[in-house]
Design a protein around this ligand. Sequence first.
Ligand SMILES: Nc1nc2c(ncn2[C@@H]2O[C@H](COP(=O)(O)OP(=O)(O)OP(=O)(O)O)[C@@H](O)[C@H]2O)c(=O)[nH]1
Ligand SMILES: [Mg+2]
Length: 382
Amino acid sequence: MPTQNLTSTSISLAQRLFKVAIVGVPNAGKSTLINSLLSTVVCPVSKRVHTTRTNQFSAYLQDNAQIVLVDTPGIVNVKEIKKFAFSKDFVFGPDRSIAAADLVAVIHDVSNNISRNKLDPRIKALLGRFPDKNSILILNKVDAVKNKNTLLDTVRILTCGIVDGKPIQMKRSHFSRVKEEKMRMTMENLLKRAKARVDELPQDQMEFDDKIKKMMTVSFSQEEIQEGLNLIGWPKFHDVFMISALTNEGVDALREYFVLNSKPASWLYAEDFLTDVKPQELTIRVVRALLLDHLPQEMPYKLDPKVEYWDRNDTGELKIIVQLLCPNERYVGRVVGTGGSIIRNLTLATQTILSDLLRVPVDLLIKPYTKQSSKDKDKPSS
Ligand SMILES: Nc1nc2c(ncn2[C@@H]2O[C@H](COP(=O)(O)OP(=O)(O)OP(=O)(O)O)[C@@H](O)[C@H]2O)c(=O)[nH]1
Ligand SMILES: [Mg+2]
């Protein structure tokens, strides 16, 4: 049911809204977190970097609050922009989503010992561009950290020891309590603070779309990057969460937090809205993400999937044919795999994700081909 069709004033008055920009370096787990918050796969995920290439809007409804989540491409620097020839959409995605959001959620991967205690300069530079935006820090992949006590130091370093404008006081004893409560900050405090802040939040002056239009999308200046590099962490986070987007640990608390911070406003989308990506485009993105997981090095980035056929049959099954343009026959061989093993896995995984999301049985065929092979097929046989 579209939002505009709601006629009852009491219903529209009760509507609440909260827009969250999910940002982080490539592979931090942004898309996995959104899937976990929505309890379904709407954002394709892979082991490799640069899976998400444009902003994707998704939403869930809870207690009459619509929580809009913006998945963004991993933040890149100038060198990477040149190397991968990224589009503007890719480069400015995070900026664009932050400008229009109520909250910036920075996802930080703590599974890597080397980068765990460093807030990436690209993130600091990005936050520095929006110093007055509310932001939270989400330490992700805590399932991969053996000694969870070290995360205390991580929080201290990444926040410069300041959360919500106050010095943090996390004693070891406190941490064991946090651990007991499934790796989240104490719920009681969290709820209290969140409730207090709902009243303080300013009313939206501008419509969402207007904000996007008015926002500037310029790349970082050298000074901004330098400023970001000079800071050890970011001292303006409002809250810190520790989660595992993969195992859903701590994700309930985060979902709840967004709802509690929502403010009275009309929903942006219909109540059954899940994502702004059309099913056909989503199919392409899922195939691309799975190719990243199944093929080595630069290979998957050179393949071009397109939906060739899309129709429901009498039994309600959705028949999809995806053509996969490969640069040459060697690629076709790799996509098919020994005895068809790779293409079979790829097809099954895509089918599972799509039928779960679209709630219909899906019959998918993936057809790898080269320009040459399609020319040969079109030639009349002599
Ligand atoms: N162990 C562990 N792995 C995770 C967790 N969250 C995400 N991952 C893995 O990290 C990898 C990257 O996840 P994505 O969600 O695609 O990361 P992203 O930040 O969206 O990446 P880009 O779109 O490339 O910027 C995948 O292999 C995920 O399964 C987590 O909590 N624990
Ligand atoms: Mg992603």
